[in-house]
Design a protein around this ligand. Structure first.
Ligand SMILES: *Cc1c(COP(=O)(O)O)cnc(C)c1O
Length: 407
């Protein structure tokens, strides 16, 4: 591996002076990445199990992905959606192949994909009731996270997200994850959709059980509701399946995706099943940058690489073995670790106390990981991470748990 180029600037001061203070950032300036590693501006290497928050699916600068972007940048980068481009058509075909018969709309982010789903729910409600603004209720889950737009925030019942921005959109209600009756009792004649993350990410790596998904499917069938799944974080191989809901065998009516889709190049999308896809008609939705040739080239390189390197099956197998190792950790440190949750390369270590000191200690020892709700350490290695990388991370986590005083 070639040594990183060391860049020394006054980056910290520039951030202090000019960048909006909307993030609690780690005191770290990253300048280069390759595979599972990133380097800071002092030349120090870190094992990156943040992956840009589940975005850099192929790790950093995967050669096939870089080559696809380089090539497309010299062909055609942007055209707007007033014209066709072959790569957008092909990417849509590949996503439909996984999701089932239906259609795809391209956008730029997770929040924007979810906005599309919420607009789809409104159109479904209009079709159902015949009255605009009547049948608009969307039932979501406590601890959900669906993004920072007004629609996304309204679907995210967390004080820290909503505070300061009310009034939000009306028509949202929330049940308990994995508790079908708590959803059933919220349904009324004005309900249009049920909307959940298949695996809650920001809220603390909580997996929807198969029984729960089947229960929601039944409710949606019985009451003519859309079952909308937010796969923005859990999708595109992250949990060891293309979409996290697939192993359950449940069919969704609509799916939101983004994070891993472009492997680090921004692209989002939502899919709607055939029956609902024509609710959007010309002029009813749009996005200037949605699905540019460059974004689609990046996403197709991700999909091709997932297939060529058989990464999704590897994530399933390696992730299961890794979870067993982490559960041993939990057994060894019961006063610090409450539980290990998740699937594939989307795992959480729920602690009994605030994980912030642990995250800082892990960073000091060379492992970058994000936190999540419920005092959770989130583990999101790139999908190219090998069992050796996972074992290295486990050893670093063990080291930190061993030196931290139990709570
Ligand atoms: C990250 C995330 C979003 C928001 O995505 P952005 O690209 O940040 O807008 C929405 N839903 C889920 C489940 C997410 O993890």
């Amino acid at each position: 591996m070639t040594p990183p180029s060391i860049v020394r600037t006054n980056t910290a001061e520039l951030y202090d002076a000019y960048v909006m203070k909307s993030y609690a950032r780690a005191p770290l300036t990253l300048v280069r990445g390759s595979g599972v590693s990133v380097w800071d501006d002092t030349g120090r290497e870190y094992l990156d199990f943040t992956s840009g928050v589940a975005v850099s699916a192929l790790g950093h600068c995967h050669p096939a992905w870089v080559a696809a972007i380089r090539h497309q940048a010299g062909e055609l980068i942007h055209t707007s959606n007033l014209f066709r481009h072959p790569l957008q058509g092909e990417l849509a075909r590949r996503l439909v192949q996984q999701a089932g018969p239906g259609r795809v709309f391209f956008c730029n982010s997770g929040a924007e994909a979810n906005e599309g789903l919420l607009k789809l729910a409104r159109l479904h409600g209009l079709k159902k009731s015949g009255v605009e603004g009547k049948c608009i209720k969307v039932i979501g889950a406590h601890w959900a996270f669906h993004g920072r737009t007004f629609g996304g925030m309204s679907a995210t019942p967390q004080e820290k997200i909503q505070k300061g921005f009310r009034p939000l959109l009306s028509g949202f209600a929330f049940g308990e994850l994995n508790n079908v009756p708590s959803f059933a009792e919220l349904i009324d004649e004005d309900t249009a959709a049920i909307f959940v993350e298949t695996v809650q990410g920001e809220g603390g790596i909580k997996v929807c059980t198969d029984e729960f998904l089947w229960g929601l499917r039944q409710l949606c069938d019985r009451h003519n509701l859309l079952l909308m799944l937010d796969e923005v974080q859990s999708g595109l191989g992250r949990t060891g399946a293309f979409y996290a809901f697939q192993p359950s065998g449940v069919r969704a009516d609509a799916i939101g995706m983004a994070k891993g889709l472009g492997g680090g190049y921004p692209i989002g999308a939502f899919w709607a099943a055939e029956k609902h896809a024509d609710l959007f008609t010309p002029g009813s939705h749009g996005s200037t940058f949605g699905g540019t040739p460059l974004a689609c080239a990046a996403a197709l390189a991700v999909l091709d690489t997932l297939e060529r390197e058989n990464l999704i099956a590897k994530v399933a197998a390696n992730g299961a073995a890794w979870k067993t190792e982490l559960e041993k950790l939990a057994a060894d440190f019961p006063r610090q670790v409450k539980a290990v949750t998740g699937r594939g390369y989307m795992l959480g270590i729920a602690l009994h106390a605030d994980p912030a000191p642990c995250l800082a200690a892990l960073r000091e020892s060379g492992l970058l990981v994000p936190s999540a709700g419920g005092n959770t350490i989130r583990l999101l290695p790139p999908l190219i991470a090998t069992p050796e990388h996972l074992t290295r991370a486990t050893a670093l986590i063990r080291g930190v748990l061993a030196t931290k005083a139990p709570v």
